[in-house]
Ligand binder design. Structure first.
Ligand SMILES: [Zn+2]
Length: 344
């Protein structure tokens, strides 16, 4: 079957590759329609690895997908042929301790699309478990369906923050994930979400949404701005979504006493945190690894119109032009949020 294959670092090809398509009783076969290009796909392309995950053999890229069910296993009940769906790309062992606790995203045996050695979904057909395949509401397009996966990270961050209606928040980093986190925080009840970055183009994209206050930290002292707006109290929640080593320096200055910091970004190297500064405010700290139990909630929010992800899709490529899509994504154009590839 034809697929977009990362042969090795910096070498992509669109070629035939043997991929298993055996349909188990609780699996569905899906014709892929749209796949989003993710920062992690691009990182494997440009660096050949993410932390301990190293591309040692050709691997099909892609994990943000929507498509149409074309065949169902004998015991599938919730889906039928013709259903439009999106897929949650991590498959845990459903009998594991983590799964029983509801934290299946941190099941040590989870397999995840396009995380070595597991192939991704940039290929015309995949077979996937019914349990992690979600029917798209009628008014949710394939393009939006393929945005559920990156939005799910924002959903997980918002859930971890335990937002109370009216909370104020700061999101550090206006990249795709930062914007997803800000939108999920607003949908979760935040009254105002500051989004900070160094790049005006990214801030302009974030700032088009009501409730988001963009702050360029080259031009504005973020600590002084938040202090001025909150009577020196601080925001209720800080989401770190940049992974930039500089972002952790002084991060506890922004949060109010008893507030929460959610670490979403993944710094490449270990970083130091000022635990005394955190203790002095009894700051609550949370971490995020992918997501669990949020896909159907994300779909409900999109279908309701409360979250509009369409303005974040800044380029669409055909499957035949997949390599061009990855080259553009790797070029780091600050006006791009999400590029998608369509196969349908
Ligand atoms: Zn992704």
């Amino acid at each position: 079957m034809r697929a977009l294959v990362l042969e090795e670092k910096l070498k992509l090809s669109l070629r035939d590759i043997d991929l298993p398509l055996d349909l188990g009783p609780r699996d569905v076969k899906i014709a892929i329609h749209t796949v989003g290009v993710c920062g992690s796909d691009v990182h494997y392309y440009t660096h050949g690895r993410i932390g301990p995950f190293v591309v040692n053999a050709p691997m099909v890229l892609g994990h943000e997908a929507a498509g149409t069910v074309v065949e169902i296993g004998a015991e599938v009940k919730s889906l039928k042929v013709g259903d439009r769906v999106c897929m949650e790309p991590g498959i845990p062992d459903l009998t594991s301790k983590a799964s029983k606790l509801g934290i299946y995203n941190v099941d040590p045996s989870v397999t995840f699309w396009a995380t070595p050695p597991v192939h991704g979904c940039l290929t015309p057909y995949v077979v996937f478990p019914e349990a992690f395949t979600y029917k798209l509401p009628e008014n949710v397009s394939f393009a939006e369906g393929a945005m559920v996966e990156p939005f799910a990270i924002g959903m997980q961050a918002a859930a971890k923050a335990r937002i109370v209606p009216g909370d104020t928040a700061l999101v550090i980093g206006a990249g795709p994930i930062g914007i997803m986190v800000a939108l999920a925080a607003l949908a979760g009840g935040c009254s105002r979400v500051y989004v900070s970055d160094l790049v005006n183009e990214k801030l302009a994209i974030a700032g088009q949404y009501d409730g988001i206050v963009p702050v360029n930290i080259r031009e504005t002292d973020l600590k002084a701005r938040i202090a001025a707006d909150t009577d020196d109290w601080g925001v209720d929640i800080v989401f770190e979504a940049s992974g930039s080593p500089r972002a952790y320096d002084g991060i506890f200055n922004f949060v109010r006493p008893g507030g929460t910091i959610v670490f979403v970004g993944l710094p490449v190297e270990p970083i130091a945190l000022d635990i005394v500064a955190a203790s002095a405010k009894e700051v609550k700290m949370e971490t995020v690894f992918r997501y669990a139990n949020v896909f159907d909630r994300a779909l409900s929010l999109i279908a309701s119109g409360k979250v509009d992800l369409k303005p974040l899709i800044t380029g669409v490529y055909s499957f035949e032009d997949s390599i061009a899509a990855f080259e553009r994504a790797a070029s780091g154009n600050p006006n791009d949020v999400k590029l998608q590839i369509t196969l349908g």
